[in-house]
Ligand binder design. Structure first.
Ligand SMILES: [Zn+2]
Length: 312
């Protein structure tokens, strides 16, 4: 009997995720994204795929914006997207032209996402997820917000929400600007700042989600297809694991019941974590501090460019 109980305890322990377990999936937006400081687009893709493989990330999601294929940096973009899929990753809709919903009539906006869906249709690795550009779900226009929620549903699409945002796009922009200005970039410091910022963003949002939901959901990390990701993705995964995170597939993350949430807040834009916290009436800040360039930019200048504080 005692052995049976021990056996049952072991089975249960194996089946239920430990209370402390933190899970997160990696997602990359704006594919094919414009050039950064270091690589050609093809090099970026090769390095990003190799980094994910080295870090044993089985499946990340790449949110594509097919309108970028026609831009100068988009050359070869279709082959690059196919390479991500061949490496085991999945692709989904990030609109055709990257419009902001709050600044676009709903009908035009829906036509634009349909255009991207037509591009994606039938492609291998395609998932039925839609990621709003700028995470803009209509801001204060609830009729528009609801029109889009209905339009996605009618198309069999689900919101490709994010729960963690460390504003990696801003660090990429600062890096590109510094490199073009011929400034000396401390690459080790850049790596450390990138990893620290994204891991901190995950911790901040997990604490917020636990308060709002009473549990730790499977998180979705927003990254972009950047040179920083191509350089440091394996370091970032190591940093997350060091803090107790398990990297899960995008499929697993989007199977979380969180996907059914449709929070009603005064302005629909941002992470789902923020919206859920806002809906619960939690006070500000409901977003990670370094998502604000006013906080992030001085840190970059001091730590990566070694400028004195307050120099800019
Ligand atoms: Zn985007």
């Amino acid at each position: 009997m005692r052995r049976l109980l021990l056996f049952l305890a072991l089975v249960l322990a194996a089946a239920a995720p430990a209370a402390a377990e933190k899970r997160i999936a990696l997602t990359f937006d704006d594919v094919p994204r414009q050039r950064g400081a270091f690589f050609t687009p093809a090099e970026r893709t090769d390095r990003l795929i190799a980094g994910l493989q080295r870090a044993e990330v089985r499946q990340a999601a790449f949110f594509v914006t097919p309108g970028r294929l026609a831009q100068p940096d988009g050359a070869g973009g279709e082959q690059r997207i196919a390479a991500y899929v061949r490496a085991g990753h999945v692709i989904a809709n990030h609109s055709f032209s990257h419009l902001a919903l709050s600044a676009t009539p709903a009908a035009d906006y829906i036509a634009d996402l349909d255009r991207a869906e037509a591009w994606l249709g039938g492609r291998e690795g395609r998932r039925p997820w839609y990621r709003y550009p700028f995470l803009n779900e209509g801001r204060g226009d609830k009729a528009k917000r609801d029109a889009l929620r209905a339009a996605l549903k009618a198309r069999g699409l689900r919101n490709g929400y994010v729960t963690v945002d460390g504003a990696d796009w801003n660090m990429e922009a600062l890096t590109t600007k510094a490199a073009r200005a011929g400034e000396r970039i401390d690459m080790a410091a850049l790596r450390d700042l990138y990893v620290e910022t994204m891991v901190d963003a995950a911790e901040f949002n997990d604490a917020l989600a636990r308060r709002a939901l009473g549990r730790s959901p499977a998180h979705v990390l927003l990254l972009h297809e950047t040179d920083l990701a191509a350089l440091f993705i394996a370091d970032l995964v190591r940093g997350l694991r060091r803090n107790g995170w398990r990297i899960v597939t995008a499929d697993e993350a989007y199977a979380d019941p969180l996907g059914n949430a449709a929070p009603d807040v005064p302005s629909a834009q941002g992470t789902l974590t923020e919206a859920l916290a806002w809906e619960k009436g939690f006070p500000e800040p409901r977003w990670y501090s370094r998502a604000d360039p006013k906080v992030a930019d001085p840190l970059f200048e001091q730590r990566v460019l070694h400028k004195p504080a307050g120099a800019h």
